[in-house]
Design a protein. Structure first.
Length: 150
């Protein structure tokens, strides 16, 4: 029997303490590695991008994975790889938390465009302000005691 699903997640995750540890000249290498992880999880990565302290992905996660398990493994595998890659010598881990928002297929290109425009976007908007706005727009109550603390 075959089930048919499409779960479009816009996932945002950051480096530990939001430090600038993803060098722009090597980011595509990291994105390709993450794409391999996503493919191995029978999922589809539509777009990945970001800046030196965080990454955005638009991904269709296979229904056999809870988004939290998917992200735990993605961060675990990529952390191990990053820690042995000399191109990412200042990388010291991912933050524990992440944000994931579901979108309708009709929103796919809008989210892809948003991810593609990250470098320009962050010339004007800080990561903290962007992240806060995503949470507010998606009706998520922010507990300031924990907001971007770990």
């Amino acid at each position: 029997m075959m089930s048919y699903t499409r779960f479009l997640y816009h996932i945002v995750f950051r480096t530990k303490n939001s430090l600038d540890t993803i060098p722009e000249e090597h980011e595509k290498e990291l994105y390709a590695y993450i794409m391999g992880i996503v493919n191995n999880k029978k999922s589809k990565l539509y777009r990945i991008g970001g800046v030196s302290n965080h990454i955005h992905m638009l991904v269709d996660i296979h229904p056999s994975f809870a988004v939290s398990d998917f992200m735990k493994e993605l961060k675990e595998y990529s952390s191990k790889w990053l820690s042995t890659n000399p191109n990412f010598s200042s990388f010291n881990g991912w933050a524990v938390s992440f944000a994931a928002f579901t979108y309708n297929l009709k929103d796919k290109q809008t989210i892809i465009n948003y991810i593609m425009n990250q470098k320009e976007h962050h010339k004007k908007v800080s990561f903290e302000d962007e992240y806060r706005q995503f949470l507010i727009e998606n009706g998520i109550e922010i507990d300031e005691r924990y907001f971007l603390k770990e």
